[in-house]
Ligand binder design. Sequence first.
Ligand code: ADP
Length: 573
Amino acid sequence: MLSTMQDGQLGIRRLLEAGSGFFGSSTVTTALTTSPEVTLETVSYARVGGNVARLAHALAGLGVGPGDRVATFMWNDRAHLEVYYAAPCMGAVVHPLNIRLPGEQVTFIANHAGDTVLVADASLLGILRPLLPAMTTVEHLIVAGDAPLDELRAEIRAGRAAGRTGPGPTVHDYDTLLAAESTSYPWPELDERQAAAMCYTSGTTGDPKGVVYSHRSIVLHSLNVCLPGAFALSSGDRMLAVVPQFHVLAWGIPYAAFLSGASLVMPGPFLPAESLAAVIAAARPTTAAGVPTLWQNLLTHLVAHPEIDVSSLREAIVGGSACPPSLLDAYAERLGIALVHAWGMTEMSPLGSVARVPAGLTGEGARRRQLSQGRFSALVEARVVGPDGTFLPTDGDSAGELEVRGPWIAASYYTGGDSGAGAAGTPGGPGDDPKFRDGWLRTGDVGTISPDGFLTLADRLKDVIKSGGEWISSVELENELMAHPCVREAAVIGVADDRWGERPLAGVVVAPDARVSPAQLRAHLADRVARWQIPERWAFVEEVPKTSVGKFDKKRLRARHTDGGLDVTLLAD
Ligand code: ADP
């Protein structure tokens, strides 16, 4: 029997219309300067909606049509938000490029995606200019902010004349382009399964791979992000989106904000801890989102400057890599801010689970859930698979690789060209790619699922240390090390060992003005982990290398060790 319900398409247009319509007085606040004082630009969602229409007209005028990729090379700010809505609502695809990737990866990704228009922030032209000649598909470059565009045009003309480039992009100024356009646009009716946005994985492992999100997946993901059990967003909130718009669509926050009416605070380029602290004090967000290293840096700054008022923040979402329990405790105890742990992946839009303690639960049970990677969203199915391919019970104890499926989870990677997703059996399609199995995404994460749906990750498959047939969780060792007051950062990698196959090596960053020895750290671990898991190899480093989005880059740490670049102390009982 069929239902009697209407069957409207889920589209980002609905978010735009609600956000700029009945939530029109909500605002996006962008930091313009932080030193010597903070200057903020605050613009209503109603005005953003008008700008989105203007931009859509301008893009259409440049020839952007259905399915065309509109790339961005920008910070988190109001203009970037406008591109996030204009491109998908007109039927094109917004494609944020990660400004922190090595140049050759940026050009590889832009060419692979076939970006035809690129919207860039003026302050990033220094990085972008040398990459332009290699971006073979970009026809138009739109620059937001003040920049000497004539000089840029001359440079492109000279390159063209010297045969160094193809036709080269035509350069436009963002504000000038929008100025003459209308603030309303005849938005098309779109199929909800049509591509709306794309992001590439940041390539922590292997080449970056493209994930193409649909209107439907983004709307459903936004609903999920707003839930009280997830980011708990409503029109009374102001969310500081520190997680970059160039990484997994800023965890979907720009779309969830328009859906819920929550205002946005965008830090622009002001991401160092002292700038961010100043932005928080001035813009007074109620909630925020970012990776653990960011919250760690901010904590160090706030502890040294207790006069900075961050009391507006009731909580902050932390995810992208494991949040050390010591960090969570420090925020609660020193600042009265609840860090809420969340887990996800580029392939998952990204949100999979959020660690909110169920009502009524206290003591050890509450603590365990608070420190876990969180409870799965009801629409994300998850299973744990053992090394031999058997499905393990979700008993909170059986550890294996996590596989997921659901309406905002990728079914394949982008293969290039206009057809988009690879079909089963085609190169790069799900039948061909070991990341997918029977319609499930293999996450590469190892963990357990409890009967009440909480995920506890032990490690990434490639980071777990296989010592004499047993597995050691690098994340657990890191968390315990970072609980030591003299340790600022710790990253543990597996290194070859004649006797055990692999053993852990701890790379440790000592806290400012602190001193600690490997023997002291071993003694600290002795009370906390099984004896055989304690590392014998120790290297004190100035900094743990970070990926383009601020996660510990263990691949680079491993490479440094292989190249003999680490000064390793060997210490055993
Ligand atoms: P990349 O693989 O390039 O880092 P993603 O940003 O998509 O790209 O990273 C997803 C991975 O990040 C997950 O598979 C997981 O290993 C890790 N991750 C994300 N959130 C958490 C978390 N809360 N705890 C531990 N690991 C996490």
